[in-house]
Design a protein around this ligand. Sequence first.
Ligand code: CP
Ligand code: NVA
Length: 287
Amino acid sequence: MLFNFFNISDLTAEKLTEILSIDVNKKILKNKNIGLLFENYSTRTRLSFSVGIQNMGGNCVDLRFSELNISRQESFEDTFRAFNCYLDGLIYRTTDHQKLIDAAHYFDKPIINALSDVSHPCQILGDLLTLKENFGSLEIHILWMGDMNNVLYSLVEAANILDQIKLTICSPTQISSPINWKMNSNIQVLTNLDSIDLEKVNCVMTDVFISMNDKDNDEKISLLKPYCVTSELMFKTASSSIFMHCLPAKVGLEVSEEVFRSSKSIVWRQAYNRMVAQQKLLQFIYQ
Ligand code: CP
Ligand code: NVA
């Protein structure tokens, strides 16, 4: 059983594997009312939860921050206590991970992290499903290029749990240190690709250089520009390699247009699998 899902590390390897292999029962959310609370932009997460929940017989309630009394000074505590009166669960995207933890003090139903400044576990759940679907197993070498952000944090947590994943992170020194993240020996951080056997890389992943909770930062963009995923890089990886990006992308910055639109790019399958993976997660929570 799982109650709140704030991070990939809330799961064991067994639970993670079990979730990925669940056959979704399209009736399991009948009579369940799930709130969607987004403090920040979203296209995929809001839509994939909304459609996914309705496809499982559940009802979605869009809680728009600016329309709630919290935006005219009702307290955080009273807002979540009010949600308790009507909702069976909450999908919550927040600018501050601590708010997920605080919300759980007042709201007694499951809360799912729909992205915070710290992590994006639903993204990585979907990506693991996409990788498993593509390669048949998770015995793969993933190369992450660029920023060390919330999506990467969840990927690192997944690789800590599933040691068959080899993860190489390639990021500039100024960004890759200091690191407080726990990383097992199947994870390495490099500043360039000189020492890795690119032919063994199965998947190249990246994300925007500036995340939605970051401030615009031209210096960071300049530092990261050389870490753009190009056709030249993809050409050196395994012949069956794929390119992944959680989206939204700044095409031309962290990935070239050529790679993004190439046959190696499976970004739209990735987006679709967000919905499938989240349905599996919801079934695991509510079954
Ligand atoms: N990947 C992702 O979470 O996309 P959205 O920000 O559009 O939800
Ligand atoms: N790292 C990105 C992910 C968006 C889905 C962000 O936080 O903006």
